[in-house]
Design a protein around this ligand. Structure first.
Ligand code: AN0
Ligand code: CP
Length: 318
């Protein structure tokens, strides 16, 4: 694997999940393949899970890890070509990226959608610049349009908890006070469309995701109807994708907050969320604290998805 930006990079998905579950059984089985190799993790945005789980995954493989927070102590980076740099940004990303590439063997990048320019976001301008100019294998730690390490961990978790061959998995929008990217729901949809599940997406009108991710999913605007008979509920907020409302909040309707009333119509579904989650906005205390909530094992699987991906990048790095 040369880079990891979406589900396709994993090739056969069933084989990737199998490999991940093998790694989970013995996460130190490959502790020498990263010896004398350096993992650089570059963050343009905050993180708790990705930061810790990806660093741990690198360490499990014997790697040294360096973490760079672009907004804390590094030079502010200009990202547009052709700009006269007489403002507050002393360095251009087109020098910064190849320099970063000099000091490491693999680079992970977190760079959220900015919601300033849909094209800039949906062309994955920043992530692709890393791929083009770093000279090193690059993986997404949540970029503008996807969070494939999260979705891979989500699939591993569903595989571990499912009680039937083809479970019903529902991705539900839920309210949030700030405009959040579509990266998590996009990648979740991308993976669920490739997995053996009955996949339903529910959200208020206006919150339709990019069709390239929705593909064969059933879109149901009635949340309670969507929840009927579900085996897994995956909650997430996102801001509008569709023009002219790209990046906007269209609803704060708290009847969409996942509560016991919603869970009651499911098939005793498990509750999932990528975290961080705002309680009583996205999900009630009762649901997230219930025995059906698997948000912690889901987060734990981030180490496993990251390790599987980094292992594959190392193995290709001849
Ligand atoms: C981010 C998002 O919604 O994309 C990261 C989630 C993993 N969440 C927030 O900014 C709260
Ligand atoms: N789920 C996730 O990516 O969490 P962080 O933003 O804390 O890394």
């Amino acid at each position: 694997m040369k880079s990891y930006t979406n589900v396709k990079d994993l090739g056969n998905l069933q084989a990737a999940v199998k490999e991940a579950l093998e790694i989970k059984k013995n996460r130190y089985a490959y502790k020498y393949i990263g010896e004398n190799k350096t993992l650089l993790m570059v963050f343009f945005n905050s993180s708790l899970r990705t930061r810790l789980s990806t660093q741990k995954a690198g360490m499990n493989l014997g790697m040294n890890t360096i973490v760079l927070d672009i907004n804390q102590g590094a030079w502010k980076l200009e990202t547009e070509r052709g700009v006269i740099m007489d403002g507050d940004k002393p360095e251009h990303i087109l020098e910064a990226i190849p320099v970063m590439g000099c000091y490491c063997d693999i680079i992970g990048v977190r760079s959220f959608a900015r919601f300033e320019d849909k094209q800039f976001d949906y062309q994955e301008t920043i992530l692709n610049q890393f791929i083009q100019y770093s000279g090193k294998p690059v993986f997404s730690m949540e970029a503008a349009t996807g969070h494939p390490l999260q979705a891979f961990a989500d699939l591993i978790t569903i595989e571990e908890y499912k009680k039937k061959a083809r479970p019903k998995v529902v991705l539900t929008w839920a309210p949030h006070p700030r405009a959040l990217p579509q990266a998590v729901p996009n990648s979740f949809a991308d993976f669920m469309n490739e997995a053996d599940v009955d996949f339903v997406i529910t959200h208020p009108e206006g919150y339709e995701l990019d069709e390239r991710f929705v593909r064969n999913a059933t879109v149901e605007y009635d949340q309670m109807k969507a929840f009927e008979g579900a085996d897994f509920i995956y909650a997430k907020n996102w801001a509008a994708y569709k023009d002219p409302n790209y990046g906007k909040i269209l609803s704060t309707d708290r009847s969409w907050t996942v509560s016991e009333k919603h869970m009651a119509v499911t098939n005793n579904a498990y509750f999932m969320h990528c975290l961080p989650v705002r309680r009583n906005m996205i999900v009630t205390d009762d649901v997230i604290e219930s025995p059906q909530s698997i948000v912690i094992p889901e987060a734990a699987n981030r180490e496993i998805s990251a390790q599987t991906v980094i292992k594959r990048l190392l193995q290709d790095d001849k």
